[in-house]
Design a protein around this ligand. Structure first.
Ligand SMILES: Cc1cc2nc3c(=O)[nH]c(=O)nc-3n(C[C@H](O)[C@H](O)[C@H](O)COP(=O)(O)OP(=O)(O)OC[C@H]3O[C@@H](n4cnc5c(N)ncnc54)[C@H](O)[C@@H]3O)c2cc1C
Length: 628
């Protein structure tokens, strides 16, 4: 018998990386929000690598921060190392990566959750959804507490019918031997959702005292690190290094000799593994021509001796893991503190979701994070943010918020998931974003802060700083358009120092800055400096001017894309009624129910010919029918 445990606007199931962003966003927008999770001491737990960010992922963290979310702030408060990757390449692929102090990250996140207005956090196992007249109205916990709400967001990660695999050992469990979530998964299946099984793996953790670092290469952080959050001011943090070593033929030998014992290869596993996060077994088999693979030793925190052996994710038996480590320089005497393992878990097929992450089958029910088939803290957090925003928006009567592919990596990810689905754990990559030149670390605020402010998530203080920055950027661009640089000796001295050809005639500072070999700081030495602007404004001005042509071209492509996005598909369209559509297209269109012709054109199996027919039908519906 259940008891009435209270009424909320939004309930979030799970306080992992998706759950915390969902709960925080909904509460910030004014929705009375309850977050239920299995263990309050495991809020925002990182079951895998102790790092946040990297290519594409780092930009997602910036996007979450620009919208007013929290991942960026928390990692800036708990990092042990910060590095900007790909600094030798263009701004479109530069991305920040931080090594996190896991316990500090979790503590800081819990503190934020406990102190957020409108947000209640509680420990409990949700077993069932309350569905009334086909609409989700709340949840019931295993302790029979019935909580009611107008929206429920499921962010249960890798816990859903979780099964740990290590050689022939397999047992029901969540990550890190946490409790498994079985009933809720069954409930979703009974409600008719299509569920599939994915798998991911993690490497062993070893004791730092047992590592011989003299046989590895140090990997230090950046001297003057950048930060994820737009609110983070300069800070002096003593950074800890990571260490690089490699596997070798002996390691590969141990693995090849024991492949049959790996859950991956013994047929024990049923879930689909992560293509872009392969286990070491996978790497040895798929890249058997490679003599060695990189292994990064990453501290899990300042006050722990646990070291994460990045690159050695495995589901081999523990005994083989010991043998493997012995062959790796620096790890010959490594003591395993936690063995590596693989975990299989339930995933909801994401084409069952609208781009708002609400389920098509049950209004008021949303899903976000690993449960939607992604892999990664950042991917989960980005979805959590959008599910939280859309659940709250629906309740407080705001329009749905759907980020398009030119606005954010979060938009690219969600569009890929709900339009194309995914056959293995989906990980964000720069190559997935056709407008990646517009989706950069440096301009996340320009793309999203206005929206975050309109939604009530971004604070007035942050917004005012943002408006001021925008004004400074425009002002400085205007200033540089007016400044003429003459080919004086001093100027040409600076040009030569920068390895640029000497100036022969006068040129506008704005135009000079377009030269690839000249940065804002170099041009600044040839003109009167603008003491009012800071390094962020200078960076923005430099990038906007230098890439002006490319950005203009990309925006033209975006305009064309948006034209197709603006062509809405009627919600009640009957694809069986449209003459000439390919059978596969009808099938896929009926399954995905695209909101726009643009989205329809991205469904795999829907061809340009189908799109032309669909366009005619939408524009002339009746005419087409008469034609038949
Ligand atoms: C072994 C392992 C290896 C991984 N390897 C990688 C990797 O190599 N690369 C990578 O990018 N990502 C990896 N990940 C993925 C990473 O953990 C996830 O991407 C991320 O944690 C997902 O965030 P989430 O919020 O969706 O779910 P989680 O972080 O898993 O959080 C789920 C939350 O839901 C709660 N919960 C679950 N069921 C219930 C219930 N019934 N009632 C109430 N609360 C519930 C849990 O307590 C938890 O707080 C790995 C994960 C695991 C477990």
């Amino acid at each position: 018998m259940t008891f009435d445990a209270g009424k909320y606007d939004v309930i979030v199931i799970g306080a992992g990386h998706a759950g915390v962003e969902a709960g925080f966003a909904a509460a910030r927008m004014g929705a009375k929000t309850l977050m239920l999770t299995l263990n309050l001491d495991m809020i925002a737990f990182m079951p895998c690598n102790p790092s946040i960010g990297g290519p594409a992922k780092g930009i997602v963290v910036r996007e979450i921060d620009a919208l007013g979310g929290i991942m960026g702030k928390v990692i800036d408060k708990s990092y042990i190392q910060m590095r900007m990757l790909n600094t030798g390449k263009g701004p479109a692929v530069q991305a920040l990566r931080a090594q996190a102090d896991k316990p500090v990250y979790m503590k800081e996140m819990k503190r934020l959750m406990e102190n957020e207005e409108n947000l209640t956090i509680r420990q409990g196992m949700v077993d069932e959804l309350i569905i009334e007249d086909g609409i989700c109205k709340g949840v019931v916990t295993e302790s029979k507490a019935a909580y009611y709400a107008d929206a429920v967001i499921v962010t249960t990660g890798t816990f859903m019918r979780g099964k740990v695999l290590m050689g022939h050992l397999e047992y029901e469990s969540g990550p890190n031997n946490q409790r498994v979530s079985v009933n809720l998964s069954k409930n979703l299946e009974d409600l008719g959702f299509e569920i599939t099984r994915f798998k991911t793996g993690t490497p062993p953790r070893v004791n730092s005292h047992s590592v011989d670092y003299s046989k590895t290469e140090i990997q230090p952080g950046d001297e003057n690190p950048k930060y994820f959050s737009h609110d983070t001011a300069e800070q002096m943090v003593e950074q800890l290094p990571c260490w690089l070593t490699y596997t070798n033929e002996f390691t590969h030998g141990v693995i090849n000799n024991n492949l049959g014992l790996s859950a991956m290869y013994s047929g024990a596993k049923r879930g689909t593994g992560a293509r872009y996060c392969p286990s070491i077994e996978d790497k040895i088999v798929r890249f058997n021509d490679k003599p060695r693979h990189q292994i990064f030793l990453e501290p899990e925190g300042r006050d722990t001796e646990e070291v994460y052996v990045q690159g050695l994710s495995t589901s081999l038996p523990e005994s083989v893991q010991h043998e493997m480590l012995k062959t790796i320089p620096g790890l010959e005497n490594a003591q395993i503190m936690r063995p590596g393992y693989a975990i299989e878990y339930d995933v909801i097929v994401p084409t069952q979701l609208w781009p708002t992450l609400e389920t098509k089958k049950i209004p008021g029910l949303y899903t976000a994070g690993q449960i939607n088939g992604t892999s990664g803290y950042e991917e989960a957090a980005g979805q959590g943010m959008m599910a939280g925003i859309n659940a709250a928006a629906k309740i407080i009567g705001k329009d749905p918020v759907i980020l398009d592919r030119s606005q954010a990596y979060i938009g690219v990810m969600i569009d890929d998931l709900v339009t194309k689905g995914t056959n293995d754990p989906y990980r964000l990559l720069t190559s997935r974003a056709e407008y990646r030149l517009l989706l950069r670390h440096d301009n996340a605020d320009m793309r999203l802060t206005e929206l975050g402010y309109d939604l009530g998530i971004v604070s007035d203080d942050r917004y005012n700083k943002f408006v001021e920055k925008k004004q400074f950027v425009e002002g400085e661009k205007k200033r540089l358009r007016k400044i003429v640089i003459k080919p004086t000796d001093e100027v040409n001295e600076v040009m030569e120092e920068a390895g640029a050809t000497r100036l022969k005639e006068a040129i506008k500072a704005y135009d000079l800055l377009k030269r690839p070999e000249l940065s804002y700081d170099i041009v600044d030495r040839m003109i009167e400096s603008n003491s009012e602007i800071d390094s962020e404004v200078k960076e923005q001005v430099g990038i906007q001017i230098k890439y002006e042509g490319y950005i203009k071209k990309a925006n033209e492509q975006v305009d064309r894309m948006l034209k197709m996005e603006d062509k809405k598909v009627p919600a009640d369209i009957d694809y069986d009624d449209i003459h000439g559509l390919a059978t596969e297209a009808v099938e896929k269109l009926k399954k995905v129910r695209p909101l726009s012709v643009g989205q329809a054109s991205r469904i795999s199996g829907v061809n340009p010919a189908d799109i032309s027919i669909l366009l005619v039908y939408i524009q002339h519906g009746s005419i087409a029918r008469i034609a038949n």
